[in-house]
Ligand binder design. Structure first.
Ligand code: MN
Length: 262
C-alpha cells in the first residue's frame, strides 16, 4: 500500500526533484567575520575564534573538535526581543522561550539594491513598502521582511562596516517604516544583509536604532548579515531561522535557510 500523499510528502518530493530548492542565506563564520563596531565608551563584542580540543592526535586519537568563542551577535545571527531594552520585560523574549512556531515563516523580499548602489545610507520608507505591495501582494501577518541591498557582496571588514569620520554608513529602515511593518503589517521581523538590522546612521534617528527599538520592543525578531537574498523571489519563499536554545540568550549565530520555488 503506498503511503498517503500529504503536504509534507509533497514537500519531500519537490525537494528531491528540484522544484523546490534550498537557498543558504548564511555567511561563513570565521575569525574574519566582521562584528559591529561600537563607540569606545561601550563594551565591544569579541570576534569569532576557535581552538582545537583534539584532532586525531594524542588529545583525542579518533576525534576532532574545537572550542568556539564569540559574541551572540556575530555574523549571520538572530536578534531576540530581549536583545533591546524595549523588549526586556516581554513574555517569551529570550532564545529558550521563543515560540518555535515563529522560527518558520514566509518571506517578503524587497529589492533596493539599485537604490543602495547609488546611495549607501538609503532608508526604506512606508511608501516604498506600499509601492512594493501594489506590485506584488500585501505583506501577510507573520512574514519576514527581508531587505535585499546586495551589501553582502562587500568583501572585507572595512568595506562591509563602511565607517567614516561621522560613523558607519549602510542602508536600513526609516523609523516610520519600522512602525508600519510592526504595527500595521505584524511582520515576524526584519532581515538584512548589513551587520545589524539598523542603518549605519540610525544612532541619530528618533527613536535611536528604530529597527531594534520597535521590532524587539514589540516581540519581533531580527536577522543580520544575511546573503543570497538575490536568489529569492519577492514572495513565495519560506525562511527557516532557528537560533541556538541558549538559556536567557539575547541572540545567536544560526544557519538561515530558505525554501524557494526553483
Ligand atoms: Mn544583533
Amino acid at each position: 500500500m503506498p503511503a498517503p500523499v500529504t503536504v509534507l510528502s509533497l514537500l519531500v518530493e519537490e525537494l528531491n526533484n528540484g522544484r523546490i530548492k534550498v537557498v543558504d542565506l548564511t555567511q561563513p563564520l570565521d575569525s574574519d567575520t566582521p562584528v559591529i563596531d561600537l563607540p569606545p565608551q561601550f563594551a565591544p563584542s569579541p570576534p569569532f575564534s576557535k581552538e582545537v580540543i583534539s584532532r586525531y592526535d594524542d588529545k583525542g586519537p579518533a576525534w576532532y573538535w574545537n572550542t568556539i568563542h564569540l559574541g551572540e551577535h556575530t555574523g549571520t545571527h538572530f536578534d531576540a526581543p530581549a536583545h533591546w531594552v524595549t523588549g526586556k520585560d516581554l513574555a517569551n523574549n529570550t532564545l529558550d522561550t521563543i515560540l518555535v512556531r515563529k522560527l518558520i515563516g514566509p518571506a517578503c523580499v524587497i529589492d533596493v539594491s539599485k537604490e543602495v548602489a547609488r546611495y549607501e545610507d538609503f532608508l526604506l520608507t512606508r511608501e516604498h513598502v506600499q509601492a512594493w505591495e501594489g506590485e506584488h501582494s500585501k505583506i501577510s501577518a507573520g512574514s519576514w521582511l527581508l531587505l535585499r541591498t546586495d551589501w553582502s557582496r562587500r568583501q572585507g571588514r572595512e568595506d562591509y562596516l563602511n565607517i567614516n569620520e561621522d560613523g558607519p554608513h549602510s542602508p536600513g529602515f526609516h523609523p516610520d517604516c519600522v512602525k508600519f511593518l510592526a504595527h500595521e503589517r505584524d511582520v515576524l521581523g526584519v532581515g538584512v544583509e548589513t551587520v545589524g538590522t539598523d542603518a549605519g546612521q540610525a544612532g541619530g534617528f528618533d527613536p535611536p536604532f528604530p529597527a531594534h527599538n520597535i521590532m524587539q520592543g514589540s516581540g519581533r525578531f531580527g536577522l543580520a548579515s544575511l546573503c543570497n537574498l538575490d536568489q529569492l523571489p519577492p514572495v513565495g519563499a519560506i525562511v527557516i531561522a532557528s537560533p541556538l536554545k541558549i538559556v536567557d540568550g539575547s541572540g545567536s549565530p544560526l544557519r538561515v535557510l530558505a525554501l524557494t520555488p526553483a
